[in-house]
Design a protein around this ligand. Sequence first.
Ligand code: 5AD
Ligand code: SF4
Length: 481
Amino acid sequence: MTKKLFIKTYGCQMNVYDSTRMVDVLAPLGYRPVQQPEGADIIILNTCHIREKASEKVFSELGRLRVLKDSAAQQGRRVLLAVAGCVAQAEGEEIVRRAPQVDLVFGPQTYHRLPEMVTRALGQDFGRGLVDTDFPAESKFDFLPEEAAAQGPAAFLSVQEGCDKFCTFCVVPYTRGAEFSRPVADILREARNRVAEGTLEITLLGQNVNAFHGEGLDGKSWSLGRLIRELAEIDGLRRIRYTTSHPRDMDQELIAAHGQVPQLMPYLHLPVQSGSDRILEAMNRKHDAALYHRIVAQLRDQRPDLALSSDFIVGFPGERDEDFAQTLQLVTKVGFAQAYSFKYSPRPGTPAAGSAQQVDEDVKSARLSALQQLLNAQQEAFNLGSVGQRMPVILERRGKFSGQLIGRSPWMQSVVVDAPAHLLGRLIEVDINSAHANSLIGQLVTEDRDHLAASSQDGTTGAPDRPAPSQSSPHRKRACA
Ligand code: 5AD
Ligand code: SF4
């Protein structure tokens, strides 16, 4: 009998990928994913611990789910409630103490053991939650099923996990553990499987993806640049992206790949966090603002149309007005197409959390709004610059209104077009007519329109039998770095 599995995913793209793999490991037990928690047999919250707000959301959601679980129990139906991801890793015992309705707690490294955990939890009565937040010696990748649910035209592929950088504000090295790279052969196999199902775009994921140093096909360690070149040989793989990168790991091979591999998209998320050398040093970022500018210049040399995105933290302990002014200067000088900015949030166990130089909340708020004003203006200007351009777009999902589809430009912009539903999953040419802060509006290129409307089997746009793409576009989420 089919059982229902609901997963709610918080945080970064890594979690989005992990959630798809949880679906895969539970499939042999008869679980199928559903879109709502009501009626589900297992509910998993795949959580994020990066900032305080993200963690607290989990506890409020658990309160709501308790009601759902209790009312199912009154009808004689057992619902398993599980917490996965980084909050689980960091606060496993605390979760079962604060939320006794939780049956299972498991970290990002142990979800390959999920079938066993679920079977055990079902075998015991309503008791204390099971906690598995090991960093096991075995790699989960060796135990995950090769059969994976199709991810649609734009898929994620995890190539690297964990982080050894220890930025002083960040929990990732503690929740995701030490850096680990998957062997190239495994990555290629997974990529080929995806492409065979109709995937046109693959985003390589890692907390620190450009620190990748997996075992290559020749037995030697390969860099990310080398891996990208190899992936580019896969017939039918039209687009490659990678996220999230650390400036220190942008080596020459990777920078050169931006100029030499046409499938590598001209958009890069390269977090800088701050424009002040003093703050970068206190953050233990291991580079200064000048290095960031140098890398950007080299990248743009290779690929003049490269658009950049970044993460910023304002109000890091000890940040003065002049430090913040340097952040604004860096933003002005680089020019970002998109960015994410956050107020510093002290995370338990990280070095900066204990600093005596915490910045007042109202100062943080004022800096955040000044920074966001600048970044929003840059994003708007970037989008406006697309008006009048013709660009290839992969149509990923339905729009809000009937007859509309939404896709991605090479520069990660959302593009809304009027297009027939059979074009979902296709790569098509679009003329951009107008721009908003967060999206572009376009139309199918006129000479293609009649042809595409008449045929759902256009040979130039990827595999003919495409699976239905996932409804939610995961691209808005970030990975760390
Ligand atoms: N406070 C605020 N922002 C943080 N980030 C990571 N840790 C913190 C923190 N303690 C941000 C960084 C990182 C992004 C994923 O989240 O900008 O790049
Ligand atoms: Fe590692 Fe990125 Fe966190 Fe720094 S911010 S510790 S590089 S995951």
